[in-house]
Design a protein around this ligand. Sequence first.
Ligand code: FES
Length: 63
Amino acid sequence: MYVCVCHAVTDRDIHEAVDAQGVAHVDELEELCGAGSCCGSCRDVAQELIDARLVQARAYAAA
Ligand code: FES
């Protein structure tokens, strides 16, 4: 699903940015792909997706 319509960034793109690029904040995502840099309406949802992915990764690493 598209999270950032302005820059055509999907939830999968965000997950990949967290997993492969170590993105932990929406500002880092913005630097990487521009998400959140236009209208800004996606920033809260993008950060929630980043946070959830980080929690998943930490739970996986602890298992
Ligand atoms: S929807 Fe992401 S900057 Fe507009």
